[in-house]
Write a protein that binds this ligand. Sequence first.
Ligand SMILES: NC(=O)NCCC[C@H](N)C(=O)O
Length: 291
Amino acid sequence: MSNFGSQAMATTLKRVLMRRPGPSLLSANAAEWHYGPTFNGEKAIRQYAEFTRLVEKSGAEILWMEDAGDGMADAMFTHDPSLMTDKGAIILNMGKALRKGEPSLHEAAYRAAGIPILGRVEAPGTVEGGDCIWVNDRILAIGRGVRSNQHGIDQVQEILKPLGVTVLTFDLPLWAGEAACLHLMSVMSPLAEDLALVHAPLMPAAFYLMLRDMGITLLHAPEEEFAASFGLNLNVLPVSPRNVIAVAGFPGTRAVMEQAGCTVETFEADALCIACEGGPTCLTRPVWRAA
Ligand SMILES: NC(=O)NCCC[C@H](N)C(=O)O
């Protein structure tokens, strides 16, 4: 049996690619990386350790990449430079220029782990993992916006055709501007096959209506918590259906999930997630989720 493969967002997480932040994050220039006022490298590293403890507690195996000081501060957000399918990984191409070196780190990690590479997105195409959502194992939704463009989306569709997967494209708004991070996953977090947490005001309307018509229950997170966290209240990692890891400090968002039958574990993440614009899903690249 192979130990990779995933065309789902919220089945049991069995194996995940992560990169522990270190010297590159500590020496990051916050303005250059678009990190916010609560950025603090040492504190972020401590908060990451707490996040790691929760992932380990879930029973998932972590495939580690280490930060040896290559200057790639955002590389801890392993969700973005690659995408996993049931047949192997797709190496993506980043929309954020400072992150251009990251896909090769993923390619090397997959090769070392014996995981097949299905294909690569090449310039001028860009697609980031945060823009990709498996609606089910036959449909991949991609958000077209600042980070993912049509060239890249077309390439992903070509790579996925032999797997019988259809790619659907949904336009994202500009929201806080070109330098900020708004992915499709910033406005929707799947919690189970039939359940998702959303920030409806920024969702592509056609995406919202499609999910609703498919019978997926959409939980609306409180808008004031989305604003206060720059969207990180919504960035929730399912380690199995209805068991999730979230950023601490957003009781309204937590209550909405608990009322829908979810178990929610949290960790403090002001210096790590809120400052650096990426939450628990962004810090993980699932390489194997149960079918
Ligand atoms: N999937 C995600 O939402 N990733 C967050 C990436 C944050 C990182 N600072 C970036 O701007 O790319």
